[in-house]
Write a protein that binds this ligand. Structure first.
Ligand code: HEC
Length: 97
């Protein structure tokens, strides 16, 4: 029984970390100060605004060029403001292919 429990906890942790690690969290090794704040805000907006219709596509799924083609249409769908679109793009580009 205890073993089963350990396995189940292991599996759920795997699922949890597996999902979040593809949507990376900006840290101070990547950027500092205001730029780090922008990236953190960009991640929040990305998670909040871009997960309503489909599951999140990790930034690393596409190159910057591909994101440049995809984002205008998705910004329209997500009805983001100019500022929000900018922050989401900064975040995605930081972790894109
Ligand atoms: C109102 C619903 C909606 C919202 C909000 C939305 N999307 Fe989408 N997204 C779609 C639909 C529908 C498709 C698939 C068809 C298409 O490409 O239009 C899609 C496809 C995609 C694709 C795959 C495109 C490809 O060519 O393979 C990516 C990447 C994507 N969305 C990213 C985003 C991002 C980033 C945001 C936030 C800015 C976002 N989506 C918000 C509806 C939405």
């Amino acid at each position: 029984m205890k073993k089963l429990f350990t396995i189940l906890v292991g599996i759920s942790l795997n699922i949890f970390y597996g999902c979040t690690s593809s949507i990376p969290i900006p840290t101070n090794t990547i950027a500092q100060g205001e730029r780090l704040n922008d990236l953190k805000q960009g991640r929040e907006l990305f998670v909040y605004k871009c997960s309503g219709c489909h599951s999140l596509y990790p930034p690393s799924s596409y190159s910057q060029k591909e994101w440049n083609e995809i984002l205008p249409e998705m910004n329209t769908k997500a009805q983001t403001t100019t500022r929000e679109s900018f922050l989401i793009k900064q975040y995605i580009f930081t972790f894109s292919q």
